[in-house]
Design a binder for this molecule. Structure first.
Ligand SMILES: *Cc1c(COP(=O)(O)O)cnc(C)c1O
Length: 361
């Protein structure tokens, strides 16, 4: 039976991308050698790395003075990497907005590098909204935010205004929409939410802002070092980068981020419209801050929950159980999720409501 994969991460990838990646594992472009058994310094793999980096630059219109790097350690290492590359060694000071579990983790790591000013938080309402009224100290070395809160289903629909360098963890919404990269000192993202398999982390960093902290940074965490070596300082995660390259090619063929943004808006609207119209469900995030990638919702009455769970299971839906800190359901509808799968989910929700409400909505 066809599966409808709503997993929050690692995420759904297009079948053609999976098939191309699978072929490359046995034979990379007719070389007779596997992608994962050749030297990362071979011309074949260097071409893959350059193509992947080039596609990032092209799709997001990355300015000339930025480096695009595919590193390791996940966004979780990105938290500390960001802090240590941007916070001054002497009197280092950073500002963060706390919009959920990932922001919190970023804050925790940054405290290892210097002082952290949490300028706003939505923890008072279980991270169900994006704070908007706050000011960022002018003397902060940078301001950090999480553009999409994968667990809580909220998303920034604006770029925060600030005069200090802006850093963003864009793990779960990068490439879902157009972003003006020139506004950022750095963007980083674990690729497994919207670009590829787990194993590599994308960094897009303004070279002019690197190397200014006065710190001795360990080589593997030093972005200047990685930028100087064109993302090949050590053996890169070749499979994750190759698959990401295939996904970015898929996105380009589709019309790029501008095209996917339209599709993503339509997909999210389809699902939120059902949640709002259906008497047995309600959304958990403030309407104006709703994520286009992770749609969180709960039941208004859990009496027949077991039956609903049986219904969607039988329809081939997987991965919609909510995170334990929110409960209910979370449908992750990343770039590769077709609207047809969302329509299967909304049909089940509608059938469920028709079964258990006396007056049909
Ligand atoms: C998943 C996620 C992370 C953690 O990514 P890893 O690559 O697993 O370290 C960080 N931030 C956000 C917003 C995420 O969704």
């Amino acid at each position: 039976m066809k599966k409808h994969n709503f997993s929050a991460g690692p995420c759904i990838l297009p079948q053609e991308v999976l098939q191309k990646a699978a072929r490359a594992v046995t034979d990379l472009d007719g070389t007779g050698l596997s992608l994962i058994e050749i030297s990362h310094r071979s011309s074949e793999f260097v071409a893959v790395m350059e193509k992947a980096r080039g596609l990032v630059k092209e799709l997001l219109k990355v300015p000339e003075n930025y480096s695009v790097l595919f590193l390791q350690g996940g966004a979780s290492l990105g938290f500390y990497t960001a802090a240590i590359n941007f916070m001054k060694a002497e009197g280092g000071k950073s500002a963060y907005v706390n919009t959920g579990a990932w922001s919190k983790k970023a804050i925790k790591e940054a405290k290892l590098a210097g002082s952290v000013d949490v300028v706003a938080s939505s923890e008072d309402q279980n991270f169900s909204y994006i704070p908007k009224d706050y000011s960022i100290p002018e003397d902060a070395d940078y301001f950090h935010y999480t553009s999409n809160n994968t667990i809580f289903g909220t998303e920034f629909h604006h770029i925060p205004e600030t005069h200090v360098p802006l850093i963003c963890d864009m793990s779960s919404d990068i490439f879902s929409r157009y972003v003006d990269v020139s506004k950022y000192a750095m963007i980083y993202a674990g690729v497994q939410k919207n670009i590829g398999p787990a194993g590599t982390t994308l960094y897009i960093v303004n070279n002019d802002m690197l190397g200014k902290t006065g710190r001795n940074i360990p080589s593997m965490l030093d972005l200047t070092n990685h930028a100087d070596k064109d993302s090949m300082f050590n053996t890169p995660p070749v499979f994750a980068i190759y698959t990401s390259m295939c996904m970015l090619e898929w996105l380009k063929d589709l019309g790029g981020v501008e095209a996917i943004e339209k599709i993503n808006l339509e997909k999210a609207k389809w699902l939120y419209d059902e949640i709002d119209a259906n008497p047995l469900f309600k959304g958990t995030a403030a309407k104006e801050d709703r994520s286009l990638m992770n749609v969180t919702f709960v039941m208004t009455d859990e009496t027949h929950k077991a039956d609903f769970d049986r219904m969607w299971n039988q329809a081939g839906i997987s991965g919609i159980k909510g995170h334990r800190s929110v409960g209910g359901y979370r449908a992750s509808i990343y770039n590769a999720m077709p609207i047809e799968s969302i329509q299967v989910l909304t049909r089940i929700m509608r059938e469920f409501a028709n079964k258990y409400t006396t007056v049909n909505p």
